[in-house]
Design a protein around this ligand. Structure first.
Ligand code: ADP
Length: 629
């Protein structure tokens, strides 16, 4: 983290103010509710202080029942009204805060979803994002802290103003001139007293802020330990990880690292700071504040002793002056927090300001009833950021509408990269990709994505009802969802589900949720692509997790499945591509051959024939082995 350099107050203020504006926009009403609650919370004690002083003065003075009654009635009604208002404000604030936890965090996740995919895919971006989450979880720093700082500044300001109003009398009411304490009336004494007050009130928050700055200092060194803690404390319990964890006792490796680097242990950097300068400064800050209270008591009591005011006013002045100190302390401490938080906000903004360059297109893709969408790769080359070699080299091809194209090739030959470019997850380093003759960068990205339905190899389903997974929506056409599931070969399994489309996948949220196998998941993912009914359907190794019978079903139903769509079928198993009209053979990021199965096989020296014979031999051996056993 780049937090170590000194930050000016101005810079800290502008960073926090920017965060304030972002949160205000994403959580309307939050700061208004926090403001009302903070003002009422700060004022409420002064109502008590003021009225109890009046009652005590009357009790220790003239003791007139009608006056006492009046004060008691006023005290009760004003306190009750203020408490009611405070309760209303608190409820309003609580409601807004519930939303804040959700929407405040969404600021970061929205950016993650909207940013250029290639930037999102970079390790440095993932590191930044994880650092931001960590800062927030660990010490509440970053965007989350801004709300608290705002609340404390408003509360502090109200406290200071009210406390000043209630303590003015302390300095203005003189002790009798003949008292031996008459020196208390001297303006020099009052000035000296105020000077000491201000000094103490400033030193204490400075110490507290300095103590808090050790959070910033230890953030970098706690990064690794915090990640370990977060992973082994929470994420490792995910069902899909549990098998490996148990089988290989992976927690032991984690524990070893954690023992060495646990940010919550007594050996951690932050704990050592806490036992040393950080704790010392925090204690000094508390001690100075307590000294201040003692000092205020001494002054007030001396003046009362000398006869400047009655016993009731003693409570008022002591209460007010202590509150004044607390208010000033809070204000000053928050100025320090602004600085400390500014350092963490720098990381947040470094992330939020990552440039979004890719998805700036404005053209809408026309909705064509005839599905005449033509895509062309024109001399496209692509290199992953930081890679030494091109993953795709001078690739040119045109998809004929309604064609079934197979993309085959060995692992690492560039098949998936080709699909990633087609879906604009990355832009070509050279050359261009055209949709109906126009560079795809010119189209609105959301519109462009509507042209494709892709089943990725590592597809993800959600722990929501089956039908919603297929439709990717809560409101959907049940008949269509069911039809797509049956087309994808999920019919029998669907019939065995008592709740049908309403069956929840996985057990995260529903006790009677179903665990689906890899193959079943793949069928659901296929149904989801069919439901989208996009003009292009892309299947990346769609039968990898299917058993041979299900695989056969997919092939034999392929024409019916795909209908009039243009289909791209990626596989490294050549036998599963025979039914496609056209086969493109990838090798080393290039298309080395293209044609029908028969024509490609006829080219004896070609890559296709080489792969075909190698695979045929492999499967023949498999078969032989099966027969032996
Ligand atoms: P295939 O799908 O045919 O197995 P890929 O398209 O996944 O091949 O990979 C093509 C080449 O690009 C490989 O050399 C691979 O190592 C490289 N590659 C893939 N993804 C990345 C990435 N995110 N960063 C850097 N290189 C990558």
């Amino acid at each position: 983290m780049k937090n170590e350099e000194k930050m000016t107050l101005r810079e800290a203020f502008s960073l926090n103010f920017r965060a304030f504006r972002i949160l205000r926009q994403s959580c309307p009403g939050l700061f208004e509710s926090v403001f009302c609650d903070a003002v009422l919370t700060a004022l409420l004690p002064y109502i008590g202080i003021y009225f109890s002083a009046r009652i005590l003065n009357e009790l220790s003075g003239s003791r007139r029942p009608e006056v006492l009654w009046r004060w008691v009635l006023l005290t009760v009604s004003v306190t009750a009204a203020a408490a009611l208002l405070k309760a209303i404000a608190l409820r309003w604030k609580n409601c807004k805060e519930e939303l804040y936890w959700q929407k405040g965090y969404f600021v970061n996740s929205k950016k993650m979803l909207a940013m250029d995919f290639c930037v999102m895919d970079e390790q440095s971006t993932q590191d930044l994002y994880s650092q931001i989450l960590q800062n927030s979880m660990w010490g509440g720093w970053g965007l989350t802290q801004v709300r608290s700082i705002f609340e404390r500044i408003i509360g502090g300001l109200c406290s200071v103003v009210s406390a000043l109003a209630l303590s003015v009398g302390l300095f203005l009411v003189p002790v009798p001139a003949d008292s031996s304490f008459a020196f208390l009336n001297s303006p020099w004494f009052v000035l000296a007293f105020l000077g000491i007050l201000v000094l103490i009130t400033l030193i204490s928050p400075m110490c507290a802020t300095k103590a808090d700055s050790y959070w910033v200092k230890s953030a970098e060194s706690s990064k690794f330990g915090n990640r370990l803690f977060s992973f082994f404390g929470f994420t490792m319990h995910a069902t899909e990880r549990m098998l490996d964890m148990r089988m290989y006792s992976q927690q032991d490796i984690g524990t070893k690292y954690l023992l060495k680097d646990d940010p919550h242990s007594l050996n951690s950097v932050i704990a050592r700071y806490a036992a040393g300068p950080m704790g010392g400064l925090a204690a000094l800050s508390a001690a100075i504040s307590t000294m201040f209270t003692g000092f205020a008591y001494l002054f007030v009591c001396l003046k009362a002793w000398a006869g400047a005011f009655g016993v009731g006013s003693v409570t008022q002045y002591v209460g007010a002056i202590t509150a004044l100190a607390t208010g000033i302390f809070n204000l000053m401490k928050n100025v320090g927090d602004l600085k400390n938080n500014g350092a963490f906000l720098k990381t947040t903004f470094e992330f939020l300001d990552l440039p979004d360059r890719m998805y700036q297109g404005t053209l809408t893709t026309e909705k064509r009833a005839d599905r005449q969408y033509e895509v062309e790769f024109r001399d496209v080359s692509f290199r992953y950021p930081g890679a030494e070699n091109d993953a795709l080299r001078h690739l040119s091809m045109k998809f004929k509408v309604g064609e079934r194209l197979a993309v085959v090739g060995e692992n690492g030959s560039g098949k998936t990269t080709f699909i990633k470019l087609l879906c604009r997850l990355y832009d070509p380093t050279e050359g261009e990709i055209l949709l109906n003759g126009i560079d795809i960068r010119k189209y609105k990205y959301e519109d462009y994505l509507q042209v494709f339905a892709v089943v990725f190899q590592d597809f993800q389903l959600l722990a929501f009802p089956l039908g919603q997974n297929v439709a990717a929506s809560q409101n959907y056409d049940r008949e269509r969802a069911e039809k797509c599931l049956r087309m994808a070969g999920f019919g029998e399994r669907l019939d065995s589900m008592p709740k049908g489309l309403d069956t929840c996948l996985y057990r995260e949220f529903e006790e009677d949720g179903v665990e689906v196998s890899g193959g079943e998941g793949q069928k659901i993912a296929l149904a989801r692509a069919l439901y989208k009914d996009a003009p292009f359907i892309v299947l990346d190794e769609p039968t990898a997790a299917l058993d041979p019978v299900a695989e056969y079903e997919v092939y034999s139903n392929f024409d019916r499945l795909v209908g009039d769509k243009t289909a791209i079928y990626i596989s490294h198993r050549l036998s599963s591509c025979r039914f496609c009209d056209e086969i493109a053979v990838f090798d080393g990021g290039q298309i080395v051959q293209q044609g029908s199965h028969e024509s490609l096989l006829a080219e004896q020296d070609g890559k296709y024939a080489e792969l075909w014979h190698a695979q045929a031999q492999h499967y023949a051996k498999e078969k032989e082995r099966e027969e032996i056993f």
